[in-house]
Ligand binder design. Sequence first.
Ligand SMILES: Cc1cc2nc3c(=O)[nH]c(=O)nc-3n(C[C@H](O)[C@H](O)[C@H](O)COP(=O)(O)OP(=O)(O)OC[C@H]3O[C@@H](n4cnc5c(N)ncnc54)[C@H](O)[C@@H]3O)c2cc1C
Length: 288
Amino acid sequence: MPAADTGYAKPTSLADALALRAQRPHATVVAGGTDVMVAVNEGRRGLDQVIDVSDVAELGGWDLDGDRIRIGAALSLTRIVEELSGHLPGLAAAARLVGSPPIRHRATLGGNIGTASPAGDTLPPMLAGGAIIEVASVRGVRHVPGEEFFLAPGRSALAPDELITAVHAGTGAGEAFAKTGTRQAMVISVAAAAVRIHPARRRLGVALGSVAPTPRRARTAESFGDATLDWSGGTMPDQRWWAELGRRAAADAAPIDDVRGTADHRLRVVAVLVARCARRAWAQCWNR
Ligand SMILES: Cc1cc2nc3c(=O)[nH]c(=O)nc-3n(C[C@H](O)[C@H](O)[C@H](O)COP(=O)(O)OP(=O)(O)OC[C@H]3O[C@@H](n4cnc5c(N)ncnc54)[C@H](O)[C@@H]3O)c2cc1C
């Protein structure tokens, strides 16, 4: 195991990483560093004690087991786009819209979760799909439902001695993600939405980003969809139905005014994004 008294440690096994984390609960954990380095440059974080998890073998890959997939926390967003688009099209679409190619090359899924920003783009697809976040410490492993993980802007259910180790998600659904920002690329979302439609389970998942203190599921919209979609026949809903779904999703949002947009703008935009994503996800399911 790397010496605990040096400032920078780069463990290569999960056991070593967890032991270091237990010894240094106040150390800065770094994966791709694309959020951490911004915080360091702005003086919000120090680099006195660093645990770099980017080489931890167990965090780096993904596994498919039937219709369940386990994604290691240190998998880069580029790899999610390149390798998981077929299994998790919503998550891959969100990963594709993060930053720029160099950012996506470094940035990891676990880092997006660890930052716990209401604007984290990969978070709504995970919530819409009912993903489970796996965290571990020397005390053991916990599986936290995505919707219970994010507590407030920048705050999550992760304990000081824990690391995010993986995300567990289901495959085989129609999925879509969309976001808007103040420009086309390299932009923090002003509003974002993800929709997942699973005809075999008769389940509509809707989640929103940048319109509440945390990413959140739009439960009113989900109940409306579960109850009224034509699950057996696959009839495409009409324009009014999609608009109603969007309106109900907006009712689940609690946005604020900030420098990037007003609350009113966010409510209008997120309704449109939900309707658009749902139409796309439904079309994927029924090949239309
Ligand atoms: C120019 C630029 C553009 C960006 N654009 C976007 C965008 O469009 N959308 C978006 O959502 N984000 C964007 N980001 C933010 C950032 O790239 C993402 O949040 C990214 O996923 C962070 O991953 P990382 O591996 O670099 O995280 P890091 O910076 O390494 O870590 C981020 C946080 O997570 C913690 N952490 C990392 N891994 C673990 C782990 N395994 N266990 C516990 N804690 C962990 C760290 O301690 C830290 O608090 C952008 C950043 C930059 C600099």
